[in-house]
Write a protein that binds this ligand. Structure first.
Ligand code: FCB
Length: 460
């Protein structure tokens, strides 16, 4: 990949999510989210007994965040909106002026530095009142989400052109209900997870269609969702079918209904799940079907494919049907950057020549500011992106590093560090310091502005 180059117009960004960085969990009239409740009810569910009450305090430090995005020379910065910060009750009967102001300042601050905001509507911090009505297992949530989306598009649509509805539905539904280690903390493996699966696709579809019909004509932005894609390799040839089934059951369940020509659940998956349900003693399949109208509602609701990628693993057991925990990058993944390329080739083969935006990719490291393992991760993964473009003809146009700065890593609290910038969580100011990987990413991939970063690195 040495001589290959990124095509002109290819864009580089970094991402964060509201609950992981904002803090200010009870400022002004902000509503309580399921994560606020989860961490306060039982602090021991987070490995270091921490929470996101303050986190990076980006609610107060947003100017520094914008400055960092500019230091790196990012083309865009991917953030998420806290639904309960904007709608304290979860419903648009009340819109928080303070919440809207906060995001206006952040969006305008980025745009003033020529950094495009990319915005996710939902990155896991559901308003608690909605959870009390069943959250993602209540089919009405598709309408609630559409109503929230309307408020968001109305307030920010004039300045935001890149949208994601939901971040990682597979984690929201499968991993969460299968493990209980993420909010809302309920275990409902074969039931809640599947109902959530269907409802979240309907919610996405309604929010996409709303934009397409009412906002796209005047604002001309683009909307998709960010799928967490796990790449499964067959352990050996005899496991080829199993690996494919694992792909259909993970990537496929959240992609086929939207991105395939036929729509609906991926071939074979409904049958396999029905069989497993009977084996487990359920009198009928717990996996909800789509009606014909629902298939049509969901099909084609995308402007590009948003892809989060962290792990690639080999499959040789029946466990390929259950996503038990939120997958996290392992050393195996670091050594397997080819998984990223293979996964994009699979997407192209399954759903045709889609525009792909890599909406997250990153690695936790433990080597402090001199994070050579992360540098190596970005180097080897970006090489694979180049090969995808030049060798496989994959139309990938954006690459997003997870994450701009260390933050509250869900059930792992502050023990796991993914940041291009280190954050000092013992310092009330939450001082941020660039790591080697920040210099590397900036110098090699981002625009040459490089403001504050030009002198410090000796990387070549
Ligand atoms: C992804 C999440 C993101 C972050 C990274 C490490 O699954 O979208 O919030 O936790 O993993």
């Amino acid at each position: 990949a040495k001589d290959l180059e990124f095509p002109p117009g290819f864009k580089f960004g970094a991402a964060t999510a509201s609950y992981q960085v904002e803090g200010a969990w009870n400022v002004s009239d902000k509503g309580v989210s399921i994560w606020d409740k989860f961490v306060h009810d039982d602090p021991a569910t987070i490995v270091d007994l921490s929470n996101g009450d303050v986190a990076c305090d980006s609610y107060h430090n947003w100017e520094r965040d914008v400055e960092m995005a500019a230091e790196l020379g990012l083309d865009y910065y991917r953030i998420s909106l806290s639904w309960p910060r904007i709608l304290p009750t979860g419903f648009p009967n009340k819109i928080s002026e303070d919440g809207v102001n906060y995001y206006n300042k952040l969006i305008d601050g980025l745009r003033a530095k020529a950094i495009e905001p990319m915005i996710t509507l939902y990155h896991w911090d559901l308003p608690l009142p909605l959870q009390e009505l069943g959250g993602w297992t209540n089919p009405l949530i598709a309408d609630w989400f559409e109503d929230y989306a309307r408020v968001v598009y109305t307030h920010f649509g004039d300045r935001v052109k890149l949208w994601l509805t939901v971040n990682e539905p597979i984690v929201i539904c499968d991993a969460t209900y299968n493990s209980g280690v993420s909010a809302p903390g309920y275990l409902s493996p074969d039931i809640g997870s599947y109902i959530c699966n269907k409802n979240i696709l309907l919610a996405h579809a309604k929010a996409w269609r709303l934009y397409d019909k009412e906002f796209k004509p005047k604002y001309n932005g683009r909307v998709s969702l960010a799928n967490h894609l796990l790449w499964f390799e067959p352990y050996s040839e005899e496991y080829t079918d199993l690996a494919e089934l694992a792909l259909q059951n993970s990537a496929g369940r959240y992609s086929h209904p939207i991105f395939s020509e036929a729509g609906g659940w991926p071939p074979g998956v409904e049958e396999v799940i029905a069989k497993v349900c009977l084996e487990k003693g359920y009198p009928r399949s717990t996996f909800p079907s789509f009606s014909k109208e629902e298939i049509e509602l969901v099909k084609g609701t995308y402007d590009y494919y948003g892809m989060n990628h962290y792990t690639s693993s080999s499959r040789r057991g029946a466990d390929s049907l259950a996503l038990r925990r939120r997958p996290r990058p392992t050393r195996e993944d670091t050594l397997n950057p080819e998984g990223l390329r293979k996964q994009m080739a699979w997407l192209k083969q399954q759903y045709g020549d889609l525009e792909i935006m890599i909406t997250e990719n990153g690695l936790p490291t433990y080597d402090g500011l001199n994070d050579t393992t992360r540098v190596d991760f970005y180097k080897t993964h970006l090489e694979q992106v180049l090969l995808s473009i030049h060798e496989d003809g994959v139309n990938v146009t954006h690459y997003t590093a997870w994450t701009l700065m260390d933050n509250f890593e869900w059930a792992d609290g502050y023990t796991i560090k993914f940041g291009l910038y280190e954050v000092d969580f013992t310092d009330p100011k939450r001082t941020r310091t660039p790591r080697e990987s920040a210099y590397y990413y900036s110098l090699h991939f981002c625009s040459s502005a490089l403001l504050g970063l030009s002198s410090a690195s000796d990387l070549t």
